[in-house]
Ligand binder design. Structure first.
Ligand code: HEC
Ligand code: HEC
Ligand code: HEC
Ligand code: HEC
Length: 186
């Protein structure tokens, strides 16, 4: 009996060790978010930010590149000095690594602004079983409620194409269409 308990206990410990912690939560990609947020997904897909990885390919926006002394014929898709701001989760656990290994995380996807999903996409957190989740529990699990700082991780002077960034103006220009939330999350 005691032995059986020990075996069961060690199995639980092994299972717990495999669970990702909030700090190492994985990125799941926009197609997972699409399942429950179709209007936001469809409008986001039309934005330039969703296609931002393309800008690093040779020949794309050649005039703008020339004007900023960036070689228009060079391939920047594996240059870490560029990729960091043109993909989702670069340098983070489970984030974008390369166009070959993680093609589903190219471009500025949902999780670039809302935080890596694996931590908060759980039945007891953000799910259809728990539509009235408490927001603070999701934030503790890695969800980000976007603010100006979220954008300024990329919209800053390290970008060769930096333009002054006014949060409210840029919000108006659009990240995706907005729907009023239906449930209470306080
Ligand atoms: C299984 C369904 C489901 C999936 C998958 C899902 N969500 Fe949600 N999400 C919800 C529900 C339900 C709400 C609450 C909606 C409401 O109140 O109207 C919500 C709310 C949100 C909110 C509002 C947060 C706030 O301030 O309270 C954000 C942002 C969000 N989801 C982002 C995402 C992202 C990003 C992904 C993919 C990584 C994702 N969701 C995947 C079901 C889901
Ligand atoms: C610090 C983050 C950051 C880095 C690093 C970065 N970018 Fe960008 N890039 C941005 C942002 C943000 C924009 C949009 C600028 C705006 O609209 O304010 C942008 C825009 C662009 C554009 C469109 C310019 C236009 O006017 O049409 C190209 C092309 C581009 N980046 C290529 C690159 C290349 C090549 C590198 C590396 C040499 C690079 N970026 C490095 C954040 C960055
Ligand atoms: C991971 C990096 C990153 C983050 C985070 C980010 N952006 Fe961007 N953003 C870019 C890049 C790169 C472009 C350039 C796209 C292009 O020119 O094709 C851009 C372009 C834009 C544009 C111009 C789009 C257009 O259609 O002309 C707006 C508006 C914008 N961002 C708003 C925001 C706002 C608001 C936030 C925060 C809520 C934000 N961005 C967060 C990288 C980022
Ligand atoms: C460039 C940053 C950015 C990206 C990319 C982004 N969002 Fe958002 N999202 C925001 C901002 C900003 C808000 C609004 C916060 C506020 O109301 O002040 C928001 C709000 C939301 C909400 C709350 C309800 C609503 O419609 O306003 C949901 C749900 C959501 N986003 C889902 C998504 C999903 C799904 C994706 C990917 C398909 C996505 N977001 C991509 C910045 C972003």
């Amino acid at each position: 009996m005691r032995r059986l308990f020990l075996v069961a206990a060690s199995a639980v410990i092994a299972a717990l060790a495999m669970l990702p912690t909030a700090a190492s939560a994985q990125y799941v990609g926009a197609s997972k978010c699409k399942l429950c947020h179709l209007p936001q997904f469809k409008s986001w897909e039309q934005t330039k930010m969703s296609q931002a990885f393309e800008l690093l390919k040779p020949g794309v926006r050649a005039d703008a590149k020339r004007a900023h002394n960036i070689d228009p014929n060079k391939d920047y898709t594996s240059d870490p000095n560029c990729v960091s701001c043109h993909v989702t989760g670069f340098g983070q656990p489970g984030g974008f690594e390369s166009a070959e290994k993680t093609p589903n995380l190219a471009g500025i996807q949902c999780e670039a602004c809302h935080g890596s999903g694996a931590g908060y996409l759980k039945p007891a957190l953000m799910s259809l079983q728990n539509k009235e989740y408490k927001r603070s529990n999701l934030v503790a699990a890695g969800m980000v409620v976007p603010t100006a700082e979220t954008c300024q991780k990329c919209h800053n002077k390290k970008s060769p194409f930096y333009k002054p960034f006014d949060y409210n103006t840029r919000l108006q220009q659009g990240t995706h269409s907005h729907e009023a939330l239906k449930y209470r999350h306080e």
